[in-house]
Design a protein around this ligand. Sequence first.
Ligand code: MTE
Length: 298
Amino acid sequence: MFKPDLTRDDVTPESVWLNRRQIIAALGAGSIAGGLPLAANALEELEPHTWEQITTYNNFYEFGTSKSDPAENSQDMVTDPWTVKVDGLVDNPGEYSLADLIGDIPTEERIYRFRCVEAWSMVIPWNGFELNKLLNKVGVQDGAGYVAFETAVLPDVMEGVKFPILDWPYKEGLRLDEAMHPLTIMATGIYDKPIPNQNGAPMRLVVPWKYGFKSIKTIVRISLVAEQPVNTWQHSAANEYGFFANVNPEVDHPRWSQASERVIGAGLFGSRIDTLMFNGYADQVASLYEGMDLRKNF
Ligand code: MTE
């Protein structure tokens, strides 16, 4: 049963390395924390969910608020051609075609845990590239401290944007060092197929140590800015959703515990597992938040 590497044959050496470290980190955490068998959790977490699970249980409020809405309602969205505006404190601002923006940046597979703020989780084999490669290409200027992102607003195909469910366009932001971190990717595929509309075609952010709402879909604008931007969920309920949104089992959501999570599809050891600090990526990212009060900066 134990698979020291990942379950797919074609992962890149780098992601094999990253996931080995995650297994080791999770095993270590398990032996200290006791309680639920984290060793089992670690194995289960690295078993990617199925295509069916990943593409039919979604949050994408532009297409409706129930989990099955995005798959059902997003199929008429046309994502080719696609234009992304890059602006703010950059050397090369402009309206880029997606092809020009990505250019020759190669994609690779990253198998990441994905933890929603609603306390459910999956493991997803993304195809994408490090956001830092894109940012280096457009040239980040001195004075830029944050990256802000916006999702498309397409009322012809997005029924949800006709209603004030959220403050459209959906917005997100990262501190520049978070955006430059090698774990932060722009995903353009899943399971070596183009990313489906419901998962954020043609390009969405994935920040694996943060709650899923940070991973903004269907991006049309990337802005380098000096000040910390306000993200959509923070705007809608600042006492419940913060800017940082780092996965943290010790800081509960005001209305529910974040100590554990429901694994979509249920696994060998039951459907609930302990939530890991920084979603299991503490070794790689904890240093970004040294000296910060994670209860205040939640
Ligand atoms: N991006 C946009 N534009 N609109 C959304 O409603 N939902 C977020 C995030 N990105 C959302 C979004 C939330 S709450 C989660 S958990 C993830 O997307 C879900 O990603 P998935 O459907 O690919 O699992």
